[in-house]
Design a protein around this ligand. Structure first.
Ligand code: AMP
Length: 283
């Protein structure tokens, strides 16, 4: 695997592949790679000739009191894992390469409405940072296909919408959620969970699944289901941020005649914010 720190270096090599009609698959990440990330790389390899991964802890998508400075940075072990997974190129830029004119005056990409709800409501500006960096990365890599994890469901939906709205020539492909043995969705932020909390955090996935079962069984009292789920999260000692039954495409609160439903949840432990989701299709 070859590592590039500059936009021009990566562009030069990718141009050669494009000219030989080789397809390019792309997996953007913030590093601290786990099996969930590596599954995305493997998925990209199955459908493309060349796979590019990026590692960039994007300051633009972190709020002022969030964990940008303490976000785990594990470059050496990430490189080893990417090499083993068969990644061809790693793009590993620094802040000045990605934001040469500084963050404050950076042009931005905005995807309205969908980003005002759920994680967007609790993390103002977060998705603007995501859509901006992802469109920059798409312009740098110019991939045929980009793979995003369903784990970050709202992010995937927003990126799909941005790609459609701006006619970006990239196929956005979802990848299934990778979980630990007890059901906890793998995440770089799981390293913030304390030993005491660890056996209890599976409650998030459990309450989302319970709601899914209830809805499938015909219980369409979404608000009550959401309230009960939040109570159970609080009972385990965590702070519920949101539990919401949403329309899978628009992410607005689900209507009783919606067929594609996604139940999304977020909760705070002592020092982590965890998210998860479950999707169902009704007949
Ligand atoms: P991150 O490094 O957290 O920005 O994630 C990079 C990509 O990996 C995003 O598309 C995530 O949705 C995806 N990802 C992270 N965790 C998981 C997981 N547990 N299962 C599947 N995909 C994941």
């Amino acid at each position: 695997m070859q590592v590039f720190h500059t936009v021009n270096g990566l562009r030069d090599i990718l141009r050669k592949h494009r000219n030989s009609e080789q397809s390019i698959g792309f997996v953007p990440t913030m590093g601290n790679l786990h099996d969930g990330h590596l599954a995305l790389i493997k998925q990209a390899k199955e459908t493309n000739d060349i796979v590019v991964c990026s590692i960039f802890v994007n300051a633009l998508q972190f709020g002022l009191n969030e964990d940008w400075d303490k976000y785990p940075r594990t470059y050496d072990s990430d490189c080893k894992k990417l090499e083993e997974a068969g990644c061809n190129y790693l793009f590993y830029p620094d802040d000045s390469e990605m934001y040469p004119n500084g963050l404050d005056t950076q042009s931005r990409v905005i995807c309205p409405t969908m980003t005002d709800v759920l994680c967007g409501a609790s993390r103002p500006g977060h998705f603007e940072g995501v859509t901006t960096v992802v469109s920059k990365l798409f312009n740098i890599v110019q991939p045929d296909e980009a793979i995003f994890g369903i784990k970050d469901y709202q992010q995937l939906a927003v990126i799909k919408r941005m790609t459609e709205d701006l006619c970006l020539p990239v196929k956005i492909t979802p990848a299934p959620i990778h979980r630990e043995a007890d059901g906890l969705a793998m995440s770089s932020r799981n390293s913030y969970i304390t030993e005491d909390e660890r056996p209890k955090v599976k409650v998030l996935k459990e309450v989302l699944e319970l709601i899914a079962q209830q809805i499938k069984a015909g219980n369409l009292g979404f608000i009550k289901l959401e309230l009960e789920a939040k109570k159970r999260i609080e009972f385990e000692g965590f702070k519920a941020d949101y539990v919401t039954v949403s329309n899978s495409k628009t992410l607005q609160p689900a209507a009783v005649d919606d067929r594609q439903i996604t139940i999304l949840g977020a909760m705070y432990t002592e020092s982590a914010r965890l998210i998860d989701n479950v999707s169902i299709t009704l007949d």
